[in-house]
Design a protein around this ligand. Structure first.
Ligand SMILES: Nc1ncnc2c1ncn2[C@@H]1O[C@H](COP(=O)(O)OP(=O)(O)O)[C@@H](O)[C@H]1O
Ligand SMILES: [Mg+2]
Length: 321
């Protein structure tokens, strides 16, 4: 759907995107995560031609974005809805007319039977039918974002770009909006790209992610693998507490990742080897319903080899700290 290859983007002297490559496939909920200033929004804006780029390539929906004529670029933008942190609704228009704005741009009658039906379907999808004639000032933040989502979908795009769409919302409302995005992905088969500095957002709904740091990708893959691994940039970002571990014995960190979420490894280790060990630290988290994470155990030195030999048979990743 969107293939980025060796992308470089400058604002004058400032190099903001530094040789970035990755691919977003149809059906993904793809996360672009990183600290403020990392270049996430700029990258997203390159996808739909709101920013140009100096070198490298972005092939979106089969076409090189940079080489599109103005008209073809508009057609591409029609195929990529976008939502923002601050919703960008027009205050003087009611909910219906806000959702209808892109129709007006494309010279369609927002009150035609077909478009009325379309807007009612969208209002139903985002759960705002009773608010059809409300003005933005009468809506909560979550409701405003729902209107923005409906507006972004009104032209039937294939891709929805979300720039910090939940950053201005409280945690409960964030959950609701994420659930709605997931539903849009699954039921309407729309590919979603999520730019965020909130790790929770990526953990909850993204199936793939890139971690951007100062314009470079420092990690990419599945969130459930990246957040439980020991990538230093990610640990930094997630504010991992310095591990305080016993200085006697051997500390072994076990990773319960995608392929091996077998929590019984620990109990069978104790049972099969008939040894004692301490669990020093555990970090288990919920990734779209699967419990994954890491656990640090401390074993006596005399048991080290026995335990490592056992772990090799367990389909679990581990490292001695
Ligand atoms: N229009 C612009 N002109 C000049 N510099 C910009 C512009 N937009 C963003 N920047 C700079 O590019 C860098 C990345 O910004 P941005 O993409 O907004 O990061 P993020 O979305 O990750 O917070 C920042 O240093 C920012 O100041
Ligand atoms: Mg940004």
């Amino acid at each position: 759907m969107i293939k980025v290859t060796n992308l470089i983007k400058n604002f004058d002297e400032l190099e903001v995107i530094k040789d970035v490559s990755f691919e977003i496939e149809k059906g993904d909920i793809f996360g672009i995560i990183g600290q403020s200033g990392a270049g996430k929004s700029t990258l997203l804006r390159c996808f739909n031609g709101l920013e140009d780029y100096q070198s490298g390539s972005i092939v979106a929906l089969g076409k090189e974005v940079k080489s599109l004529s103005k008209k073809d670029l508009q057609l591409m933008q029609k195929d990529m809805g976008m939502i923002f942190q601050n919703f960008n609704l027009l205050n003087r228009l009611d909910v219906y007319d806000n959702i209808a704005l892109p129709l007006r741009f494309w010279k369609q009658d927002p009150k035609s039977e077909e478009n009325k039906k379309r807007i009612h379907e969208l209002l139903n999808l985002v759960g705002l039918e009773e608010k059809i004639h409300s003005k933005p000032r009468e809506l909560s933040g979550g409701q405003k974002q729902r209107v923005a989502i409906a507006r972004a979908l009104v032209m039937n795009p294939q891709i929805l770009l979300c720039d910090e769409a939940t950053s201005a919302l409280d945690p409960k409302i964030t959950q609701d909006i994420l659930a709605l995005l997931q539903k849009i992905n699954q039921e309407l088969n729309i590919t979603i790209v999520i730019v965020t500095h909130q790790m929770e957002v990526v953990k909850q709904i993204c199936n793939k992610m890139v971690f951007l740091k100062q314009g470079k990708i420092v990690a990419q893959g599945k969130p459930e693998d990246l957040f439980v691994s020991s990538n230093e940039d990610i640990l930094d970002f997630t504010g991992n507490d310095a591990d305080i571990l016993p200085d006697s014995g051997i500390n072994i960190k076990l990773f319960f990742t995608n392929s091996n979420s077998k929590s019984h490894t620990i109990t069978s280790l104790a049972r099969d080897l008939d040894i004692d060990f301490d669990i020093c630290q555990g970090k288990l988290e919920n990734f779209r319903g699967r419990i994954l994470g890491s656990l640090i155990i401390n074993v006596e030195e005399k048991d080290e080899q026995k335990v490592l030999d056992y772990l090799k048979t367990c389909n679990v990743e581990w490292e001695v700290l």
